[in-house]
Design a protein around this ligand. Structure first.
Ligand code: DWN
Ligand code: SAH
Length: 401
């Protein structure tokens, strides 16, 4: 895919040749050769950070065609509502920036004059701009931080969920945050947890957009250089287990460092997140996971069961391409996202159909692409389950449930 840049980390996992995760294909492009890149994952023991080794330029992934909308699930809508209400009450921020505001699932709970969205995908930035929430359709960087501080002054809260892990230049991310944040201001980040990713064998957290899967250890290390520090951490359930990091300037004495920080650093060290051997063991579990998933799907096919996929996630693109699962094993995927429907999954070309209500009786088994929304999906498909319908998940090990 041309202009790769390499991150010089020690490789522990090779997930093969992969297409761009959110580039769902229209039928007319199926015969064209797709661009692919090698998805390898490495650990940098000096920086304590796990990342993909070859990165794709952001503009190729985050543009006006980006299909993912945060408001697509009840789970995320609820999580954002509860958290927005909580921090508004607790910190009473006069001015907030949200980096990666997507379709406004979090930002909409704020007063229009009190929050600024940053969202490089113009289709998404348009949604919130039209609703009257000032949204810059740009990538977060130093120039934008300068522009915002010039227009609005320094802000007292910066929030970013599931976005910083998508930005390669972390030094620029944090130096720009430092520039825009007031002396007593706070930064709250939310991203999938590396510890949970390893425990769940969730190798599908790795794809082109997820350059990093962070641990507390890695965040603490990155922040040092920028005179920032984590003063609290919460473990949350979203996206298969995430961390919410509360960060402040070192000079900010308004908040004391919670015991949780030390406790979680120890938990991560004890699990072995500092040791390369932990990642090698994860890689061998991933290989076993692949074989087992293929085996389960082949058994279903041999029994002539109708198997479909539930939730055409970016994560499933990694699984399907790594395991080489095509429509011989999964007939089609159902998805509620309009911009994914009637398209095909990149690489393996499984069709995506519109989800228009609970699954019908001609479906026997559904592979959970959106395993992170298992609870929400099981409620929605309670009749399917009552009828004896089954789900396949690869988390934490491939099995039929
Ligand atoms: O970090 C990222 C996360 C936040 O979102 C991005 N890089 C891209 C994206 O990743 P993903 O596609 O793996 O995210 P989700 O949130 O697991 O995607 C869920 C998908 O499943 C959506 O396409 C909607 C669909 N879905 C469905 O069809 N029926 C979801 C639910 C809950 C449902 O009931
Ligand atoms: N915050 C939302 C969206 C996560 S998807 C949620 O938690 O559901 C990742 C989002 O990050 C996308 O909307 C993408 O456009 C945005 N993004 C990617 N790179 C970015 C950058 N450099 N600056 C700001 N946003 C970025």
């Amino acid at each position: 895919m041309g202009n790769f840049e390499k991150l010089n980390n020690r490789k522990f996992l090779d997930l093969g040749m992969q297409p761009l995760a959110n580039s769902y294909l229209k039928k007319k492009y199926l015969k064209k050769r797709e661009k692919k890149y090698r998805l390898e994952i490495g650990f940098n023991s000096r920086k304590k950070i796990v990342s993909i080794l070859k990165t794709i330029p952001s503009k190729k992934m985050f543009n006006k065609y980006y299909p993912y909308k945060s408001s697509i699930s009840k789970t995320m809508k609820k999580s954002f509502k509860i958290f927005a209400t909580k921090i508004k009450k607790k910190y009473k921020p006069k001015c907030t920036i949200e980096i990666g505001s997507n379709d406004g699932a979090f930002l909409k709970y704020f007063n229009k004059n009190n929050i600024i969205g940053i969202e490089p995908c113009k289709n998404l930035a348009n949604i919130t701009n039209k609703k009257g929430f000032k949204t810059y359709p740009f990538f977060w960087n130093r120039n934008l931080a300068k522009l915002i501080t010039k227009n609005y002054g320094k802000v007292d809260l910066i929030y970013s969920a599931n976005t910083i892990s998508h930005i390669k230049n972390l030094d620029e991310v944090f130096s720009s945050i430092n520039l825009a944040l007031s002396t007593n201001g706070i930064l709250i980040l939310e991203d999938p947890s590396l510890l949970e990713c390893l425990k769940n064998n969730a190798y599908d957290q790795f794809y082109c957009e997820h350059i990093y899967v962070f641990s507390l250890l890695s965040i603490v290390n990155i922040l040092k250089k920028h005179e920032l520090e984590v003063f609290n951490i919460e473990k949350i359930k979203t996206h298969g287990g995430s961390n919410r990091y509360y960060i402040k300037k070192k000079s900010n004495k308004k908040y004391i460092i919670n015991q949780n920080v030390k406790k979680n650093l120890n938990i991560e060290r004890n699990f072995g997140l500092n040791n390369f051997s932990t990642y090698k063991r994860f890689a061998s579990r991933v290989k076993k996971s692949k074989l087992k998933l293929i085996k389960i799907l082949e058994i279903c096919r041999n029994k002539n069961l109708k198997v479909i996929g539930y939730g055409a996630t970016a994560k499933s693109v990694t699984v399907l391409n790594y395991c080489k699962i095509n429509k011989n094993l999964i007939s089609y995927f159902l998805d509620t996202t309009t911009d994914k429907q009637n398209k095909y999954i990149p690489g393996v070309h499984i069709p995506i159909k519109k989800y228009s209500g609970p699954m019908s009786s001609n479906i026997d088994v559904a592979y959970l692409g959106a395993w992170n929304f298992k609870n929400e999906i099981f409620v929605k498909e309670s009749n399917f389950i009552k009828r004896g319908g089954k789900f396949i998940t690869h988390i934490p090990q491939p099995k039929i449930v």
